[in-house]
Design a protein around this ligand. Structure first.
Ligand code: AMP
Length: 114
């Protein structure tokens, strides 16, 4: 997708502080962090929202969580705990329409979310 900001991060056309990459997903620091650690894990393949995930993407979505697990371990959050969030469409607060898993940690979280 030529007009997708996260596709441009995948292609390297816009910079990001990448901390994880494999053949299918990348992880990079959020530009506007909401916690001491705030990383976005995205598939290299463009998928607009959770509603657009297809049967063929099952392994890819699993890879997003495995990447989050690895990043959490790398930054020392596995034992302390962390939160993963994926927003879908307007009322959930999705602003970038290329699915992304927020990995948040490094402070105590509250529930329910706002
Ligand atoms: P969401 O509101 O769930 O769609 O989350 C989008 C997230 O992307 C927000 O937390 C933004 O701060 C973040 N974001 C937007 N543009 C960039 C960028 N170029 N690099 C890193 N994070 C970004």
């Amino acid at each position: 997708m030529t007009d997708c900001i996260f596709c441009k991060i995948v292609s390297g056309d816009i910079p990001a502080e990448k901390i994880f990459e494999n053949d299918h997903v990348i992880g990079f620091r959020d530009l506007n962090p909401q916690a001491p650690t705030h990383v976005l894990v995205i598939p290299k393949k463009h998928i607009s929202t959770i509603n657009d995930i297809k049967d063929e993407d099952k392994a890819l979505v699993g890879e997003m969580f495995l990447a989050a697990q690895q990043i959490a371990a790398d930054v020392g959050l596995s034992g302390r705990g962390y939160r993963t969030v994926m927003n879908c469409n307007e009322e959930a607060g999705q602003t970038v329409f290329h699915i992304h898993l927020h990995l948040l940690g490094g402070r105590a979280m509250t529930w329910p979310p706002g």
